[in-house]
Design a protein around this ligand. Sequence first.
Ligand SMILES: *[C@@H]1O[C@H](CO)[C@@H](O)[C@H](O)[C@H]1NC(C)=O
Ligand SMILES: *[C@@H]1O[C@H](CO)[C@@H](O)[C@H](O)[C@H]1NC(C)=O
Length: 433
Amino acid sequence: MGCLNKIDLHFQTLSNFFRTIFYSWQQKRTHFILFFGLSGIYLIYRYMTLDFSNAMQLHDFNDLNAFPCNLRSLCICLSEVIFLEGFMRRIYSCLSSLEVLHLIGTFELSSESEEDIYEVINISKIKAHTPNLKVVNLYGITFLDDTHIELLASNCIHIECLALNFCLRVKGSSFKNLIQRCKKLRTLLLHHAGVEDDHMTSVPWETSAIHELDLTSTELSAQCLENILLRMPGFTYLGLGYCEFFNDKILEKLMEKNKFSRLHALDISHTHALSENAIYQLIQTHGQNLRGLMLAGKPKLTENFWLNAIPYLKNIRICVLGTANGWFLKMQSRIHVDQIIEAFAQNCPRLERCEIQWDPDTIRFSDKSNKFIDHIRLRCPGLKSFTLSDGEYYEMVKSNFERADRVKVVRTCTNYTTSIVSLLTNYNDLLFN
Ligand SMILES: *[C@@H]1O[C@H](CO)[C@@H](O)[C@H](O)[C@H]1NC(C)=O
Ligand SMILES: *[C@@H]1O[C@H](CO)[C@@H](O)[C@H](O)[C@H]1NC(C)=O
């Protein structure tokens, strides 16, 4: 840690500051220690979260005479309507130490009315003061578009990880510059961003170092996916969930061109164009390297598939399988879950998180199922999270684990979602609350 700041604030001012802007210290990850000394207040911390998302109005901040100048990570939760310039003006000069910046937008709270979109924080001014940024997470910011990414790329050339999840106005026209300027960029997360074919295909991806990519819930065509994925240097982490047009042909070419030789995390859930056979080939070839696999929402992948596939997943930590809403999809086959559980128990000693989405209409089990649950509990001792569809089977597994004093491991799909993001290199820096 090694950073000690003397803050030239009187306690009174500080407490005003706390009160006026709904101020939240990030509990878990904040190394935050307050010393009350005779000569003032000393703060040791490098992580800060400022949450304006619920604020009604902004204080004038005239009393804010000091701000910590060696923060490593800053998270600002934006409001839709509060302009932060008054506050930011007082802290710009303290941002040069920042390596991690989160700006959290209002995508989830948003009323969707186009007229009321305000640019509440000035990215141009921020980038001018943050030359050392490595990890930038811009999440669900309604006003954010490619011009802002160009601004960042122009000054923050050390960016290694850029997350633009749920930024619908980012189309990708800035990525050419981004790739050319930010040579260290290796992680690009575009979950449900507004990226478009033409912009994406005109980026010189072959010159990039990107090996962690998330395109989940984007609407890129098969042609575009083939074009861009094949030009990238190869993947360790690849998110293609809900990519309707990712198909067998592209998958085969990626394997042929050796793009998966280092792959350890893959999301191909809800990819309707991918066949059972192609996926099985992939798992046979690369399964032993995989630490995370999301392969849910594929009604044709039944018991048989998984019984064959799981033995290849020797190093798997996180696995999501099964298809929810079987009644809606009119799924014909029933899934006998016991042998699948047994396959995990026999083959996957490192399993930490497992989610099985088939619901009670689809799943079959019996009185003997407890024996198999015992096996997975004992043979996968690192299992921290076991997520199932709410119903009798869930109850059975839950009480089995609870009898063995393993409480809180078994969860329902309604309350918990399993993800592979923890396998990203910068996962710890990407967390925000
Ligand atoms: C942000 O700051 C720049 C430079 O100071 C200025 O030109 C620009 O108009 C500002 N943008 C907004 C949205 O306030
Ligand atoms: C989901 O979580 C809520 C509280 O967070 C709890 O009350 C509820 O019982 C949970 N539901 C299930 C099915 O676990």
